[in-house]
Design a protein around this ligand. Structure first.
Ligand SMILES: [Fe+2]
Length: 195
């Protein structure tokens, strides 16, 4: 029998060609300038205060690249890309050391969220299906084989100089860092506005 699937969850990803070593140094300078940072979804680790496009010119090439890619997301959603455009909202840096992780969360009031990875790490970002839907699937019978229809979650590796973008409503978390290596990423929110 034929099978079609609908209501898909988009995740966009790509390898970038920005100067990741310069961004690595920027992240360390930022931490030195404010060692306390702030605490949101992170358990342990250091999260910078949020900042905005233009606050740190060192990141402008990266943020421009992300913004230009976000217009494809806008058109993939079928939105009116003639009269509406994406714009960068808040941005922040995350540095997770050994055993640090990020609790499951969503990003409110935003269209897209994402992470740009400054370092390689085995600690993956994990995305979750709506828990009520998952409750229904798993309550009816045992699931013997995971697939795109029944899977409760899926993961992406943190790969240096790679970008992952997803709808801001998609629940996600970051696995505990099992390596004694800093896991550095830059997170952001992107909104839609009328041109
Ligand atoms: Fe997040």
């Amino acid at each position: 029998m034929n099978l079609d699937t609908y209501f898909s969850t988009p995740v966009w990803w790509d390898k970038l060609s920005v100067d990741v070593d310069a961004i690595f140094n920027f992240c360390h300078r930022l931490r030195q300038s404010n060692p306390l940072g702030s605490e949101l979804s992170n358990v342990g680790g250091w999260q910078s205060k949020e900042f905005y496009y233009g606050d740190h010119p060192e990141l402008t090439p990266l943020l421009d690249d992300i913004l230009s890619r976000s217009n494809k997301c806008l058109s993939d959603f079928g939105y009116d890309a003639v009269n509406f455009e994406t714009h960068m909202d808040n941005v922040w840096v995350n540095i997770n050391k050994l055993s640090h992780f990020n609790k499951i969360h969503i990003h409110c009031s935003s269209f897209l969220s994402g992470a740009y990875y400054v370092t390689d790490s085995d600690a993956q970002i994990e995305f979750y299906r709506n828990f009520q839907e998952q409750y229904s699937i798993e309550s009816l019978a045992p699931v013997l084989e995971l697939n795109a229809i029944n899977a409760p979650k899926f993961s992406y590796p943190a790969r240096k100089n790679h970008l992952v973008m997803f709808p801001s409503w998609l629940p996600h978390s970051v696995e505990p860092n099992q390596q004694d290596i800093e896991r550095i990423s830059i997170s952001f929110n992107i909104r839609i506005r009328k041109k």
